[in-house]
Design a protein around this ligand. Structure first.
Ligand code: ATP
Ligand code: MG
Length: 291
């Protein structure tokens, strides 16, 4: 599979018929190994950096990348990889944890709005408002702690949240924020292997959290919640990508291909220098050379 096809291959089109079982967490396209993919990974980093420079200089569009996954699927590693080579001045990362007391006094999208990337910037969400239809759905007691008026919590609450998210993302898209969403799809077996490594290898111990093992007990509920949300929130302007995550090097190629493909589609260019600006530059040069 060619690199430019990679971005399309894992994109969810026509969400209605989406089924997780049509994707394979261990898929690696036709790439055999990390070594085989090394050059492509490197190219992706170089292209992203060059495109980000134009995005920043032009200052019209912004790019929002959302990462969702089960624990140990490799979100942190992917974010580190995406950040490699980009100018940190034009890129922000936000990690969304359980909401604070202040955040719980507001609607569920409130805390997101001031974390959105400004024009010319890339914003990365490590988890996001999608937790509101994931962890909150899998553990309904969390919904109870959200202080919503009880008459507003009915059996359609998840459909309503999907609708609100779609509306929010449509609004963002119309304002110039390009949204790309990634579900890093790891298998249960691979997650177990990575958890065991966290328990057994001293330099990985710090990553281990007992809470992760508890969430693992709800694996099937999470898979169902993911399937449902992807089906309901994959749209033309804010598509989901289901990225195979059992092989980290492959996850990286796919994410990188999507980012490059997306930025290329924006026809980014450095701002043109008009006549008066050109004169200003010439005058400045003259002055500089005169003393
Ligand atoms: P890592 O473990 O790699 O450092 P993480 O994203 O798993 O990263 P944690 O601090 O372990 O970070 O977990 C964050 C927790 O916050 C997750 O269990 C997630 O489900 C929870 N969370 C995030 N958003 C919400 C939300 N809106 N409502 C309730 N819980 C949330
Ligand atoms: Mg965690």
């Amino acid at each position: 599979m060619k690199i430019d096809k990679l971005a399309k291959a894992y994109r969810v089109e026509g969400g209605k018929h989406f089924r997780l079982k049509d994707f394979d967490p261990a898929d690696t396209g036709h790439w055999r190994s990390k070594e085989h993919a090394q050059e492509v990974l490197q190219q992706g980093i170089v292209s992203t950096a060059a495109l980000q420079d134009k995005l920043y200089a032009q200052g019209h569009w912004s790019l929002l990348l959302i990462f969702q996954a089960m624990d140990a699927a490799g979100k942190d590693g992917i974010i580190k990889h995406v950040m490699t080579g980009v100018n940190p001045q034009g890129c922000q990362v936000y990690s969304f944890k359980a909401p604070s007391d202040v955040e719980l006094q507001h609607d569920f999208l409130w805390r997101t709005t001031h974390c959105l990337p400004e024009r010319g910037h890339i914003g990365i969400f490590n988890r996001s408002y999608y937790e509101e239809v994931l962890v909150v759905r899998v553990h309904p007691e969390i919904l109870k702690s959200q202080k919503l008026p009880s008459s507003l919590v009915g059996k359609n609450i998840w459909e309503e949240r999907f609708e609100d998210i779609r509306g929010f993302e449509r609004h963002m898209a119309r304002s110039g924020t390009v949204i790309r969403k990634f579900f890093l799809y790891v298998s249960k077996k691979e997650q177990k292997r990575r958890f065991l490594a966290r328990l057994e290898e001293p330099e990985k111990n710090w990553k281990f959290s007992a809470a992760d093992i508890r969430e693992r007990q709800c694996w099937d509920d999470y898979q169902e919640a993911y399937e449902h949300l992807i089906r309901n929130t994959s749209t033309g302007h804010a598509p989901w990508y289901v990225v195979p995550a059992d092989n980290k090097w492959f996850t990286r190629i796919v994410v990188s291909a999507v980012i490059v493909d997306t930025l290329e589609s924006l026809s980014l260019a450095y701002p043109k220098v008009d006549e008066s600006k050109r004169k200003e530059l010439e005058a400045a040069k003259k002055l500089l050379l005169s003393k």
